[in-house]
Design a protein around this ligand. Structure first.
Ligand code: HPA
Length: 282
């Protein structure tokens, strides 16, 4: 971590105090991160209060198209949730501690359950663009870990366990919700590479050999710090394209955004159903 640990922790607390002042002492029970093109989820809900990241002390702001940079607080069937529309990525040149700043703030505010979403390329050839994949586990090839540097003891231990990084009970709940909605959800391993270039076909063959089903450039740093803080995590990838070399065509960010638009109704229905069904101990 490039920042002094004490200074970083006090920045986290500044942001939490700001959110408590603006949105109330009562913390949301669920934190949501909406990945590339997936931020529209929030627009479909009523009575949501939103704050642009740039107004929140120390929040990093993404410059990537499809990431609007807004924190929203909403209630669905009695559950308060806080959604982060847009995230920052390592490829934007920020240190890993900045990448995870926003989720740490929501976790410190008091949310216990997190649903992290992303756009990803399909490696598993059974997948198709437009599929939704529940993340069972991940492989981290980002090369930078947000927990490096002095441990923030107030947040968690030095050597956090990652053997159930994605909560098995949340995974089961998500499958159940998918079935109820008639969605053919996929499940698989997410592999994170730093980007920003898409992978080469040879790299994708390597990822498949390593056991990965989908590839992306995000999510893993957040999963690591949330496990460090002993929060429960669920991961959901929107397979926006087949990864490099699988189909005879080139990859482009426009395809990623087009696919998220195509699946946004299913995606939102699934998130709402999951939020609705979360029990206090989820
Ligand atoms: N590779 C990496 N990240 C991605 C992809 C991909 O093919 N699609 C969406 N995010």
């Amino acid at each position: 971590m490039s920042l002094d640990a004490e200074e970083y922790f006090s920045r986290l607390k500044d942001a939490v105090h700001f959110l408590r002042d603006r949105l109330g002492e009562d913390p949301p029970s669920v934190g949501l991160v909406l990945g590339s093109g997936l931020g529209d989820f929030v627009q479909e809900l009523r009575a949501v209060q939103s704050i642009p990241y740039r107004e929140i002390p120390h929040f990093p702001v993404s410059k990537v198209v499809g990431h609007c940079g807004e924190l929203s607080l909403g209630t669905h069937k009695g559950k308060r949730f806080c959604a982060l529309s847009g995230r920052v990525h390592l490829y934007e040149g920020l240190p890993a501690a900045e990448i995870v700043f926003a989720v740490r703030v929501i976790a410190l505010w008091g949310a216990e359950t997190f649903i992290l979403t992303n756009a990803a390329g399909g490696i598993n050839t059974e997948f198709r663009a437009g599929d939704l994949m529940l993340i069972k586990d991940h492989i981290d090839l980002l090369g930078e870990n947000p927990l490096c540097g002095p441990n923030l003891d107030a947040l968690g231990e030095r050597f956090p366990d990652m053997s159930e990084a994605y909560s098995p009970s949340l995974l089961a709940l998500a499958h159940q919700c998918g079935e109820e909605l008639g969605l053919a959800l996929k499940q698989g391993i997410y592999i994170a590479l730093p980007g920003p270039n898409y992978e080469t076909p040879a790299e994708i063959r390597m990822c498949r050999l390593l056991g990965a089903d989908a590839v992306g450039m995000s999510t893993v740093p957040e999963v690591i710090v949330l496990n460090h803080m002993r929060k429960k995590v669920m991961g959901l990838s929107c397979i926006t394209n087949m990864a490099a070399g699988i189909l005879p065509k080139k990859l482009h960010h426009d395809e990623v955004l087009e696919t998220t638009q195509r699946v946004k109704q299913e995606f939102s229905a699934l998130l709402l159903r999951i939020i609705e069904r979360l029990e206090a101990n989820d």
